[in-house]
Design a protein. Structure first.
Length: 443
């Protein structure tokens, strides 16, 4: 491992320690004496689970605050993945908390009757319902037909409500938070969790607004794609590594939180100009062709660890499906500007030759780099003599060089393609640690 890798490992470890500290501290203060006694192990254990569930809910706010320094060692896709997993753990703990209490004291079940339900239990039930809605609408958003931007607003409101109700429950029960200083601490700590939301929704957008960009070119590309070129307005632009991505806000200020993630397709050697290539897919991306030169835009980033700068290797194999080629264009353009002599093999799957985005530029890049491109067409014309169908193990095996085990692999494309390619590479003996994927589905 080189010096930079070691540094990232140390920083990653440090952030994990900070994270564990943030989860445990609010609970550790509860066992500082005086503590209530006599309720028995299972009662106290179930209460601890309730506290842990609330703390985990709070911590998920920090994970989506997009602190660049904290996300850098892991990659923001992994951080979002953790956010989802921790929410599920919080739900399991929230279920176990009352289950253990009622199992230990079955007579207490009667207080679930709405006619006699105490106020603290009403808050707990409402918080629990909020948590279920929060996770349900996130895990099954597409099946429920909830549009992404609406879901984000709903998600933020539900998250804050769920947490506030859980804290009301804790305060009203007062068990382990009966001392005034503990009561206050359990107001201040949750307030700081909500502070992460304010940071994300107010402070960060304000900072982004101070570094605007202007659209200087709108270019139609093959394959229903558009390339937008941006130049910084009154600032020095963005320093990024090839393959990273930004959150782009167009037509709205960053306060609207209607931003979309896109890979940077331009060379990292020229931060004064950012290019993004966007495929027409949904509500937002289908309007990209209407963008006018001179329009203002905002960018948050760069993010992501899908970059050759983080994965040094004697050579690379890139595997792209459709617009998944965008980050590779950024990497290849950067490598060409850097006169990087390392060999690159690009497998590029697309529907047809007519829709093969960047096909002419790739030919040009082959003359500037040690680059070989293998195009795989799903619907080729009868004259097509190249590879047909999907990027299968056979296709990979046929074109990979003999020393393929020594190369680093990057995959970007539709999820089923990425899964199939990763599986094939593993079968071909490529170590899992040399395979890097870009997760397009953060939500
Ligand atoms: C790291 C990363 C890099 C990407 N790079 C590119 C690229 O270079 N070129 C490209 O064309 N596409 C890229 N995408 C995909 C692109 O962000 C989505 O296609 C786009 O946001 C879809 O928006 P829509 O409203 O047009 O489509 P919709 O039909 O509304 O959304 C389609 C799906 O895209 C996702 N999505 C929508 N809005 C957002 C959002 N604001 N934030 C996160 N996900 C969202 C959701 O999963 C949604 O179900 C990238 C995605 C990620 C995560």
């Amino acid at each position: 491992m080189d010096g930079a890798g070691m540094n990232l490992l140390l920083r990653g470890t440090l952030w994990i320690v900070v994270f564990i500290g943030l989860v445990l501290t609010p609970m550790i203060v509860l066992v500082v004496r005086p503590v209530p006694g006599g309720a028995g192990f299972w009662w106290d254990f179930s209460v601890a689970l309730g506290f842990a569930s609330t703390t985990m809910m709070g911590i998920t706010f920090a994970l989506t605050a997009r602190f660049r320094r904290a996300t850098e060692p892991f990659g923001i896709d992994i951080v979002y993945y953790m956010h989802r997993r921790i929410a599920w753990i919080a739900l399991i703990l929230a279920v176990l908390h009352p289950v253990l209490i009622f199992a230990e004291n079955p007579s207490l079940i009667r207080i679930l009757d709405p006619a006699v339900m105490p106020r603290h239990l009403v808050a707990a039930c409402a918080s629990f319902l909020g948590l279920i809605l929060l996770i349900g609408t996130s895990a099954w958003r597409r099946q429920l037909g909830i549009e992404y931007d609406r879901w984000r607003a709903l998600h933020a409101i539900l998250a804050v409500l769920t947490l506030v109700l859980a804290v009301i429950h804790i305060q009203q029960v007062g068990y382990y938070v009966d001392e005034p200083w503990k009561k206050w601490l359990w107001v201040i700590i949750p307030a700081s969790w909500i502070g992460f939301v304010l940071y994300r929704r107010l402070i960060k957008p304000f900072a982004i607004m101070r570094r605007p960009y202007q659209v200087t070119e709108v270019r139609q590309e093959l394959g229903q794609c558009w390339t937008l070129v941006f130049e910084p307005e009154g600032h020095s632009g963005l320093r990024f590594s090839p393959g990273q991505f930004v959150w782009l806000s167009l037509w709205y200020t960053p306060f609207a939180l209607r931003e979309h993630p896109f890979s940077i397709a331009s060379s990292a050697e020229d931060p004064s100009k950012i290019e993004i290539t966007i495929k027409e897919l949904g509500d937002f991306t289908r309007q990209i062709g209407n963008v006018k030169v001179g329009e203002r835009a905002y960018m948050e980033g760069p993010y992501g660890i899908f970059t050759i700068d983080r994965m040094p290797a004697p050579g690379y194999v890139f595997i792209a499906g459709g617009v998944g080629v965008a980050p590779f264009m950024g990497i290849l353009r950067t490598m060409a500007d850097r006169r990087d002599p390392r060999p690159v093999l690009l497998f590029y799957g697309a529907k047809s030759w007519e829709g093969l985005t960047f096909r002419d530029e790739l030919k040009g890049l082959e003359t500037r780099l040690d680059l070989k491109t293998v195009v795989i067409l799903e619907n080729p014309t009868p004259e097509w003599e190249g590879e047909k169908g999907m990027i299968t193990k056979n296709v990979l095996e046929k074109h990979l060089p003999a020393e393929h085990i020594r190369r680093a692999y990057f995959i970007d494309g539709p999820e089923p393609m990425m899964e199939a390619v990763e599986k094939s590479l593993l079968q071909l003996g490529v170590p899992g640690s040399d395979i890097h994927v870009e997760i397009y589905d953060l939500a």
